[in-house]
Design a protein around this ligand. Structure first.
Ligand code: ZN
Ligand code: ZN
Length: 337
């Protein structure tokens, strides 16, 4: 077989010898100028209607959407260079490697990169105070503690970071109100999911309400409020039902597990019954109270605050281990913890 162009004999590629084939065909092309759009607020990259959170993905998408290949090319390898951060116009060089039958062809390309700055749609929404939903954090029969506030916010921020591909997952505004905090959120879907996760983590009850705030394409648009009322009882609380004193050993979505401080018997209490218990705010845990004396049924302990000897009847499960033991003091009473 002979090359149609030069008449050389040998392997042919689309009727041409290898040399003519390499010279004749334009395997790939890219426009002379490409413009990238970068958000001045969040650094987000935009290509057409697609957004990218980092420079490499943004540049890769910009290049891929502008590259054109000869139909003969399948599975090209694109060798991307380091992309600059600077905004001044510069030349970007690319190398494309293609494989056709038994030959490998390097196709060097270059283009001038321009950078334009703008404020992306999401950042302009945030600036404008846009929100679809509100997450309200309150306490049940008590205010939300500063530690819980911090915990909730840290958790929200962590989830937002994990959902960085959902650009509507953001907090527009955090407002501290009486008894808790309100979060204005960019996305209803994200809010709904995250409030469930908050409930799992912090316990409590969710109430969802919705109100119409406008119309879009002839349909009512709702704004949702997700109220998470954190459970009245918390792990580590000492509580009383009027007869017995309990330590809250753990909390789940629907139950609290209480340990009777006198008998060490464990009970499980449903969320709806939490209101029967009063939290003893002045209860104190002392990890190392001194044991003065102990018998099979009784133990004598030096009260860590009053420094008086107190006798306590031993719970069945109690095992003495050393000269000290953990106790809980509530008002004048002392319990083995
Ligand atoms: Zn030829
Ligand atoms: Zn932005």
């Amino acid at each position: 077989m002979y090359c149609l162009k030069c008449g050389a004999k040998g392997n042919l590629y689309s009727n041409l010898c290898e040399d003519c084939f390499r010279k004749e065909r334009e395997f790939a092309r890219i426009p002379n100028h490409l413009t990238r759009m970068v958000c001045t607020e969040c650094g987000d990259y935009r290509t057409g209607s697609t957004h990218w959170v980092n420079k490499f993905d943004g540049m890769q998408s910009l290049i891929e959407s502008n590259l054109e290949f000869d139909p003969i090319v399948t599975d090209p390898l694109i060798d991307y260079p380091e992309f600059p951060d600077e905004s001044n116009e510069q030349t970007i060089e690319l190398n494309i490697i293609i494989f056709i039958d038994d030959i490998e062809i390097d196709v060097p390309l270059n283009f001038r990169l321009r950078t334009k700055y703008h404020v992306c749609d999401i950042c302009s929404r945030k600036r404008g105070g846009y929100f679809e939903a509100i997450i309200q954090i309150r306490g049940d029969d008590r205010p939300v503690t500063p530690k819980e506030q911090e915990g909730v916010l840290a958790y929200l921020l962590k989830k937002i970071e994990e959902h960085s591909s959902d650009r509507m997952a953001f907090i527009t505004k955090e407002t501290v109100v009486k008894g808790g905090t309100d979060y204005h959120m960019g996305s209803t879907k994200f809010s709904k999911a995250v409030v469930r996760e908050l409930q799992h983590r912090f316990g409590g009850k969710i109430t969802e309400t919705a109100s119409i705030f406008g119309q879009k394409d002839g349909k009512d648009v709702y704004r949702h409020t997700f109220l998470l009322r954190l459970a009245k009882l918390r792990q580590g609380d000492v509580v009383s039902d009027g007869k017995h004193m309990y330590l809250v050993s753990s909390i789940s979505k629907r139950f609290a597990y209480l340990k009777d401080l006198t008998t060490w018997r464990k009970i499980k209490v449903r969320y709806e019954h939490f209101k029967k218990y009063r939290v003893k705010a002045d209860a104190k845990l002392h990890e190392q109270a001194v044991i003065i004396h102990s018998t099979e049924k009784e133990i004598q302990i030096l009260h860590p605050e009053t420094m008086k000897a107190v006798s306590i009847r031993l719970p069945d499960e109690f095992v003495r281990d050393g000269e000290e033991t953990a106790v809980v003091s509530v008002d004048d009473e002392l319990f083995l913890a």
